[in-house]
Design a protein around this ligand. Structure first.
Ligand SMILES: [Zn+2]
Length: 277
């Protein structure tokens, strides 16, 4: 089996990441991930890239097999994951092109498998125990600092912290929903940040979300609200510099064996009942 240390899960408009890659398919007890995994190297680090929606964007957010995606990355040796994604801005100052590195998450999804520890036996394997992990701080503090420093190093002043609210989709928010999200003090709205972050934590992976604002959601009182074309257009305008930031962030992450963040110890005190890959 090929190996990798760092995973990058690319979102809408971000289907290729590395130029010189080895494509491999990985199967998991939860089924197939969104696509093949693409292995390459950045600054001497082995990186696995996975297009979150599959090549050609054939998977809507609620049908992405998040459990298979994270499991597949971990089975290759990945312990740190960067998750760029397109989001809507919930404040006027977070206009298109804003890069926000969230430190909090609100789950408003409805239908997604969001745990490995559901007491259901793995095919031909053991049965995971019921486990309640701490999730007060959903993102890796080390990964966040690497992402922030990488953006600043590319003259792209990021927003340090904020709350990502994740909706079920695939539709965008109504104006009322968007006003309500903003009134809660939440910062940006997306469709894929959950359960990606919590599943990463359950696998003891470091996970960092890099959100790129592509629109102002439905929050503006005028206009027609956000469209998918608008999201893709703004994302494509920024994908080049986001790629540079991700490269620099990958290079700045610690070696996996040197992790000393809360994510690395996520399972302390718990009997999982299963062997993680
Ligand atoms: Zn961590």
């Amino acid at each position: 089996m090929a190996d990798a240390q760092i995973g990058v899960i690319g979102g809408s408009g971000f289907y290729s990441f590395l130029d010189d890659v080895t494509e491999i398919t990985v199967d998991t007890p939860y089924g197939a991930p969104s696509d093949s995994l693409f292995l390459g190297e950045i600054a001497g680090r082995q990186v696995a890239f996975l297009p979150r929606h599959g090549r050609g964007h054939h998977l809507p957010p609620h049908r992405i097999n998040y459990r298979a995606n994270l499991w597949a990355l971990r089975s290759l040796g990945v312990r740190q994951v960067l998750g760029p994604c397109a989001v809507g801005g919930l404040r006027p100052e977070y206009g298109p092109g804003t890069l926000l590195i969230p430190d909090q998450l609100v789950d408003r999804t409805k239908t997604r498998a969001q745990t490995y520890f559901d007491g259901v036996p793995l095919p031909g394997g053991d049965t995971p125990n019921v486990v309640h992990l701490t999730f007060a701080d959903p993102y890796c503090p080390v990964g966040r600092q690497a992402a922030l420093a990488a953006a600043r190093g590319r003259d792209w002043e990021p927003v340090d912290g904020g709350t990502l609210v994740v909706i079920e989709g695939p539709r965008f928010s109504t104006r009322a929903e968007s006003r309500w999200h903003a009134a809660q003090g939440w910062s940006v709205v997306g469709m894929t940040g959950h359960p990606e972050a919590v599943l990463a934590r359950e696998l003891s992976l470091c996970y960092t979300s890099l959100t790129l604002v592509t629109d102002l959601d439905a929050g503006t009182e005028t206009g027609d609200g956000v469209s998918h074309e608008e999201v893709l257009r703004v994302f494509s305008q920024n994908v080049g510099r986001l790629r540079e930031v991700l490269f620099d962030a990958v290079a700045a992450l610690p070696d996996n064996v040197d992790r000393n963040c809360l994510c690395a110890d996520a399972h302390a005190g718990w009997d999982l009942g299963i062997e993680l890959p």
